[in-house]
Structures are given as structure tokens and as C-alpha cells.
Design a protein around this ligand. Structure first.
Ligand code: NAP
Length: 248
């Protein structure tokens, strides 16, 4: 019996990287999986087929998590299609790096909108069905960068630090309804997002990680399985670092 048997999960931004690994691990643990993508339409459709082949109900939706109305429509559609929502994973995120001196207003606004507002949009939409069910787990992808900052990522760090404040506030507001809210803070995970970084710089980074390697998307997904499952039923308002000890 899987750890997520009989649970319906929605994962945002699952066409690739960490989101894709979360959707896959959830399906392997028996969850029914709804997921979103935005620009990677073919990859999203391929994932739907891949998940369904694991013998669970799976459905992909093209939906912009940063758009309030689209998020609300999506949640209504997921509840209509699956009957309920037990676990929400707010994973969709982007970077638009630059030193503050050169950072444009557009770079700032877009990253805050996609990374932080999306978490508000989907969490708010999930609250109603979760309150009705008197149960739910919300998992927000933050980053070690949100905990300690990073030169060249003031916008991204602010969005990820904002997610932590949001996560803890929701935990305080909804604990009495048995709705849990936690954040996962990955360190350096080898995905397309980090693949864009300079190779020499990433080798230096890895040396400074106690476990001496970058993380895999599946390793972040395993932490999400734990937080989505009843194994973590007495855990809320926490930030779980999945960083090989990078920030200790
Ligand atoms: P990624 O490979 O760049 O994938 C990002 C995913 O988000 C894609 O599936 C993309 O979908 C989706 N997305 C982007 N904007 C969206 C929007 N407006 N609406 C819906 N979906 C959207 O990123 P990743 O490395 O897997 O990162 C996933 C999460 O982990 C992010 O929140 C990131 O900040 C966080 N994180 C990553 C690392 C790391 O080392 N990789 C470290 C710490 C935290 P489309 O391709 O379809 O547009």
C-alpha cells in the first residue's frame, strides 16, 4: 500500500524538473495526480500518459499559476474531475537573475508574480474544499536562497522568503481545521533551472556541500511524499531543507 493511497494531489509546474519528479513519486505512492504546466505542452501531455500507465488517475491542465482567476478555475475543475483535493504542491517557479543595480522592474515583478503570488492564488483556492473536508496538506517549494539570500537573486530570494512567511501564517490560520502547511527548501538540485548556471561555478558550489554533490529532483520529491502523507500528520509550519547540509 502506497503512502498516498486514496489521496488526490495537485502539483503545479510539473512538466519538468522537480515538479515532474513530485508528480511521478506521488503516483508511485498511489495518489491520484492532477498537475499543471504552462509552456511545455507536449511534455505535459506526455507526463499525463506516463502517470496513467502507473495505474492511477492522472490529468494535466494548462494553467498559469500566477493568474488569480486561472488558479481558481483550475481548482474548481480539479475538484470536479477528482472529487476532492487532499494535497496541494505549489512548485511552479522561475528565475530572472541579475544584480540589483541592473535588475529591471519587469524582472522583479515577474518573479514575485510567478513564484509568490501563485502560492497565494492556489492556496486560497484550495482552502474552501480542504476546510469542507477538514483535512489537507499544502506544500510550498521555497529555497535555501529564501533563507540566506543570494547575490544576483534579490527578486528570487524575496519571493522564496515571502513563501516561508506565507507558509507559517497559513499553518497558524488553518491548523484548527486540520489543514497543514509546510515548505520544502531545496539546495542545489540538478534540473534545467540550475543547468543554466556556469559549470565552473556549480563545481565550486558542490565542494561546499557537506554531502559533496548536487541533489536530484527525486530527493526533493521524497520529502514532499512525506509532507503530503499521514506520516507527517503532526508537522505543520515547518521548512524542511533538502540541501545535502548546504545551509547548516
Ligand atoms: P524548472 O526545471 O525550471 O521547472 C519549472 C516548472 O514550473 C516547469 O514545469 C514550468 O512549466 C513551470 N512553470 C513556470 N511558470 C509557471 C506558471 N506561471 N504557471 C504554471 N507553471 C509554471 O524548475 P525546477 O528546478 O524544477 O524548480 C521547481 C521549484 O523548485 C521552483 O519553485 C524552484 O524555485 C524550486 N527550487 C529549485 C531548485 C533547484 O536547484 N533546481 C532549488 C531550490 C528551489 P512550463 O515549462 O510548462 O512553463
Amino acid at each position: 500500500m502506497g503512502l498516498l493511497e486514496n489521496k488526490v494531489a495537485l502539483v503545479t509546474g510539473a512538466s519538468r524538473g522537480i515538479g515532474r519528479a513530485i508528480a511521478t513519486r506521488f503516483a508511485q505512492e498511489g495518489a491520484q495526480v492532477a498537475f499543471t504546466y504552462l509552456s511545455s505542452v507536449e511534455k505535459g501531455q506526455a507526463l499525463e500518459a506516463e502517470l496513467a500507465a502507473l495505474g492511477i488517475k492522472a490529468k494535466g491542465y494548462r494553467s498559469d499559476a500566477s493568474d488569480y482567476q486561472q488558479a481558481e478555475d483550475l481548482m474548481n475543475q480539479v475538484v470536479a474531475d477528482f472529487g476532492k483535493i487532499d494535497v496541494l504542491v505549489n512548485n511552479a517557479g522561475i528565475t530572472k537573475d541579475g544584480l540589483l543595480m541592473r535588475m529591471t522592474e519587469e524582472q522583479w515583478d515577474t518573479v514575485i508574480q510567478v513564484n509568490l503570488k501563485s502560492v497565494f492564488n492556489l492556496s486560497k483556492a484550495a482552502t474552501k474544499p480542504m476546510m469542507k473536508a477538514k483535512s489537507g496538506s499544502i506544500i510550498n517549494l521555497t529555497s535555501v536562497v529564501g533563507l540566506r539570500g543570494n547575490a544576483g537573486q534579490a527578486n528570487y530570494a524575496a519571493s522564496k522568503a515571502g513563501i516561508i512567511g506565507f507558509t507559517k501564517s497559513v499553518a497558524l490560520e488553518l491548523g484548527s481545521r486540520n489543514i497543514r502547511s509546510n515548505a520544502v527548501a531545496p539546495g542545489f538540485i540538478e534540473t534545467e533551472m540550475t543547468g543554466e548556471l556556469n559549470a565552473a561555478a556549480t563545481e565550486e558550489w558542490k565542494k561546499s556541500i557537506p554531502l559533496k554533490r548536487g541533489g536530484q529532483a527525486e530527493e526533493v520529491a521524497d520529502a514532499c511524499v512525506f509532507l503530503g502523507s499521514d506520516m507527517s500528520r503532526y508537522i505543520t509550519g515547518q521548512v524542511l531543507q533538502v540541501d545535502g547540509g548546504m545551509l547548516t
